[in-house]
Design a protein around this ligand. Structure first.
Ligand code: FNR
Length: 342
């Protein structure tokens, strides 16, 4: 199975698999505020992650590049949507372009389309400091995401089986770059323990990437006779992962992601303690259906609706939204109680 074929497969299967089942965000409700004292006109949703100032808390999370024309055209549409809405955007894993420089164009198109935009590079935790520098330089990135995808690797027949040394490599990469490093999960959820370990290693931005959205176990299992389908139900839910991390975080900024469908999910992730929210699958769906205009329309709707939700809860900026009261129920409340984070 070639790397290019795998990248194409991920897009096809992610679109086909979609978001299934209940969302952990449905376990959360804002406490209605009859006297919010706010005005829609005064809402500001600028935010800050790891010292990077973002014009909104919505980030297009890492997806693709490196698989030929399809991924290049998806990256072009994503970058156009990002530019039109002033949204930060991550590219997919750049290891293929580091191994084969001919693949670099499918990532560089993101910078070409959006020269002034905030763009994140992306590699896995197998990356060396030298590869990290190459990935950042390739797209003049403002930050580097390092993804942790243990379950996806285990489910892939050609995937890694040895996860030793990841933390040491992440530390080495951190020392070789002077831009923020974002360590991210890809949909199985960062635990409080993993969050703390990364924070102690000096990582200042952590994307908690919980379950409930794109499911890389299901995606990989759907590409073959499923052998490891028990991993389809694996993971810490998106809301629980943000809540756990928020409970223990001291200095690191939290990006909440995994299964964010709309502005209400994003607002709830922020109210659980996130400084920004990553969305992958739903933006992919929007550009797949209606091109870059579809992507921009989806993102504009999220931003407009977020403004109204912030006004409703009386939060005129992101830090006020982080303090907005939520009531937790169902599995999410149960999980957090069992884990001692209630
Ligand atoms: C991804 N994701 C991903 N993440 C990463 O760090 N590097 C990558 O190369 C990819 N590739 C990728 C391809 C496709 C087609 C999708 C849909 C996603 C994971 C992504 O950034 C995110 O963590 C998960 O998709 C969970 O978020 P959503 O999709 O539930 O919003």
């Amino acid at each position: 199975m070639s790397r290019a074929q795998r990248k194409q497969d991920h897009i096809t299967h992610a679109l086909a698999t979609g978001f299934a089942g209940a969302s952990s965000y449905d376990d959360l409700r804002f406490v209605h505020n009859s006297l919010p004292g706010s005005s829609v006109d005064n809402i500001s949703y600028t935010t800050n992650v790891g010292g990077l100032s973002l014009s909104s808390p919505i980030i297009i999370n890492a997806m693709t590049g490196g698989g030929g024309e399809t991924t290049e055209s998806i990256n072009q549409m994503l970058a156009q949507s990002a530019k039109a809405t002033n949204t930060a955007m991550a590219v997919g894993s750049q290891m293929s372009a580091i191994k084969d420089p001919a693949e670099a164009a499918s990532y560089q198109i993101v910078r070409r389309e959006n020269p002034e935009g905030v763009i994140f590079a992306n590699l896995g935790s197998e990356a060396t400091p030298q590869q990290a520098v190459q990935a950042v330089d390739m797209i003049e990135a403002d930050a580097l995401q390092i993804h942790l995808n243990v379950i996806q690797e285990l489910v892939m027949p050609e995937g890694d089986r040895n996860f030793a040394g990841a933390l040491d490599r992440i530390k080495a990469v951190r020392q070789s770059l002077d831009i923020p490093i974002i360590v991210k999960e890809v949909g199985f959820g960062m635990s409080a323990e993993a969050f703390q370990t990364l924070e102690e290693a000096g990582i200042t931005v952590i994307d908690t990437g919980g379950s409930g959205g794109t499911n890389f176990s299901a995606v990989e299992n759907s590409r073959r006779e499923a052998k490891w389908s028990f991993f389809d139900q694996w993971g810490i839910s998106s809301a629980a992962a943000v809540a756990e991390s928020s409970f223990v975080h001291k200095k690191a900024d939290i990006i909440g992601s995994g299964g964010i469908r709309h502005a209400l999910d994003a607002a709830k992730a922020i109210a659980l303690g996130a400084s920004a929210v990553g969305i992958a699958g739903k933006v992919l769906e929007a550009v797949h259906e209606n091109g870059s205009e579809g992507g921009a329309a989806y993102l504009n709707a999220v931003l407009e609706q977020l403004t109204f939700i912030m006004a409703a809860v009386g939060a005129e900026d992101v830090s006020a939204l982080q303090r907005a009261p939520l009531v937790l129920s169902g599995e999410t409340a149960h999980w957090l109680k069992e884990r001692g984070f209630d």
